[in-house]
Design a protein around this ligand. Structure first.
Ligand code: ATP
Ligand code: MG
Length: 153
């Protein structure tokens, strides 16, 4: 069962966009290679919707948010980039723990479960997730999922 990853991303953005303000438009960037991939739609939904909702929740009006789709041989790469509050250095290991919430997000509602679930979903695909962040500048989450046959649509 393969899915059209590009279409999937565009549909997801349309849906998630409803949670942002008019000043928080999510931009989609891909390398232009329309491809199908053998990914579980529910898992991918869980991964990308949580990352995008976090990007919205932890950034301000006017901050840019990107979903970037890329591939290298044998791997499909998703990146969610925001220009939000950032994650302090000492917290980056803890954010995947269930119920962990950052010290700088106390006035933003949440359960702290999103990234714990995301990590499980990524691991189901034998993938990996990494975060890059600077406080007050923004955050980038990168998800890499092995993919034997990335085929053109
Ligand atoms: P929810 O269960 O509603 O997702 P949450 O967003 O607090 O609650 P996670 O998604 O698991 O929980 O994120 C854990 C913590 O990681 C957050 O509380 C926040 O401190 C930090 N975090 C996650 N994404 C971002 C981001 N894009 N920018 C800044 N901080 C983030
Ligand atoms: Mg969250």
């Amino acid at each position: 069962q393969t899915i059209n990853v590009e279409n999937f991303c565009l549909n997801l953005i349309e849906e998630v966009q409803l949670f942002g303000t008019n000043q928080q438009l999510i931009k989609f960037i891909s390398n232009g290679q329309y491809f199908r991939a053998n990914l579980d739609e529910k898992l991918l939904y869980c991964i990308l919707s949580n990352l995008l909702l976090n990007a919205i929740k932890y950034s301000f009006d006017g901050g840019k948010i990107y979903l970037i789709l890329n591939s290298e041989p044998g791997t499909i790469i998703f990146q969610v980039i925001d220009e939000g509050i950032g994650i302090p250095l000492g917290e980056r290991e803890k954010i995947y723990e269930p119920f962990y919430r950052g010290q700088n997000v106390e006035n933003v509602a949440g359960t702290g479960l999103g990234l714990a679930v995301v990590k499980k979903c990524v691991e189901r695909h034998q993938g990996e997730i990494a975060v890059n962040s600077e406080v007050g500048v923004g955050t980038t989450f990168t998800v890499k999922i092995p993919q034997k046959n990335i085929a053109a649509v």
